[in-house]
Design a protein around this ligand. Structure first.
Ligand code: ACO
Length: 381
């Protein structure tokens, strides 16, 4: 085999795998932009669905376009009874990310896949996926408790409706708005493991449901989307402010990763963590103080003192769990929250990939033996 064109980089660190105009990160300055617009500005002025439109189609929608988009999404929020019946057979002890991956893939059974060159097909798939993913997450959460799924409420917007389907209670407007901002913050983040996974799958020209299902599977791991669930477990294990320092020192001494800290790109505090921390504080004003927030603040202080010199600071996952918990979301649903949001970014990359598609086919450096001998089984020791 010919020599590889470039040096092997484990984890493809620093290796560009696409040209993209969807989002931009400056890890040294702590800047994140979607289509050129600062995340801070979107978090104050936009909504998740408008941001999803911006990411996928590369521009802010007109009022009419946004109204139509929202209406189409509202009209597709229900899931077919076949899928609901299938979900009822899932083991209640199963992880909601596994349930979501399976249900997302199952959508492909119902919708045709052979018009990837047509903009209407793309819009249709985008609408269906954005509409149905939250319903599927909420449905599994109800079903594993032995309940029927809660029907979408036509009077509620995207985020309020999701919280309603999940908790059977209409959220306060501030709670719905905070959740909507969380969705915006997690919607896209340049080239990361799940987005890359989506792009590799997309590059085979398979259907968008398979693209999303593979990205959900990738997001599920604890080094990616699974970290926010682990942050809460860590805060519970720490249990008190006094225990923070010995706990963190023990992690560092034993080379254990502190969950919610560190990032391949950000070497300062993740800008999304800054916004999430402010949201957490606003939420606590409404719902009451959270003792784990005090522990979290102390963890952040001690980690900055011990690991700040290595550029290890709080990432997006550090405060999101605290916010979700206050919104009545169970810890094992934190990563599905991430998926509900990040699906916007995956779909944006799917659409971008289709326009310039070349199937991913990297290479490898073979380090195995070249002169193996087949030994018959009866002669093997
Ligand atoms: N706690 C303690 N030490 C850390 C942490 C951490 N969270 N993160 C990095 N380090 C240390 C490593 O031990 C290593 O130290 P060394 O050079 O002395 O061996 C150094 O920093 C570099 O670490 P890598 O793992 O090589 O950094 P990488 O860029 O590959 O990792 C990652 C990034 C996977 C996010 C890592 O920081 C981590 O595992 N963090 C905890 C899990 C987490 O919060 N994940 C969510 C990330 S955000 C997201 O996916 C949405």
């Amino acid at each position: 085999m010919a020599q590889p064109a470039c040096e092997y980089k484990p984890g493809l660190e620093g290796v560009p795998v696409a040209q993209s105009s969807i989002s931009y990160v400056d890890g040294k300055e702590g800047i994140l932009k979607y289509r050129g617009i600062n995340i801070e500005e979107l978090a104050t002025k936009s909504t998740f669905l408008e941001t999803a439109f911006l990411l996928i189609w590369g521009r802010l929608p007109s009022k009419q376009e946004l109204d139509d988009f929202q209406e189409d999404i509202n009209n597709h929020r229900r899931i077919k009874y076949h899928i609901r019946d299938m979900m009822k057979c899932f083991p209640e002890s199963g992880h909601p990310m596994d349930a979501l991956q399976t249900s997302a893939a199952a959508l492909g059974l119902f919708y045709s896949r052979r018009a990837l060159d047509k903009e209407e097909y793309i819009r249709d798939a985008v609408v269906r996926i954005l509409a149905k993913i939250p319903t599927m997450v909420a449905a599994f959460s109800q079903m594993r408790r032995g309940n029927d799924s809660v029907k979408p409420n036509d009077d509620l917007n995207y985020s309020a409706n999701f919280l309603y389907m999940l908790t059977e209670k209409e959220p306060e407007p501030l709670e719905a708005r905070i959740f909507d901002v969380c969705l915006m913050l997690h919607a896209e983040h340049t080239m990361n493991a799940s987005t890359f996974s989506a792009m590799v799958t997309a590059s085979t020209l398979t259907d968008p449901y398979a693209v999303v299902a593979s990205a959900v599977g990738t997001l599920a791991g604890p080094l990616h989307g699974g970290a926010n669930e682990e942050v809460l477990t860590m805060l519970e294990e720490i249990g008190s402010i006094e225990n923070v320092r010995p706990y963190i020192e023990d992690c560092i001494e034993n080379k254990k990763k502190i969950m919610g800290f560190g990032h391949r790109v950000y070497k300062v505090k993740d800008p999304r963590a800054r916004i999430l921390q402010q949201l957490a504080e606003r939420l606590f004003e409404l719902t009451g103080h959270d003792e784990y927030y005090d522990i979290a603040l102390e963890v952040e202080r001690v980690v900055a003192e011990k690991l700040g010199h290595k550029g290890i600071y709080a990432n997006v996952d550090f405060y999101s769990g605290l916010v979700y918990r206050k919104l009545g979301i169970k810890p094992d649903l934190f990563t599905p929250m991430f998926a509900i949001s990040r699906v916007a970014g995956w779909l944006a990359h799917w659409r971008e990939q289709l326009a310039v598609n070349r199937i991913f086919r990297p290479t490898q450096i073979y380090v195995g033996q070249k002169d193996g001998v087949y030994v018959p089984i009866e002669e093997r020791s």
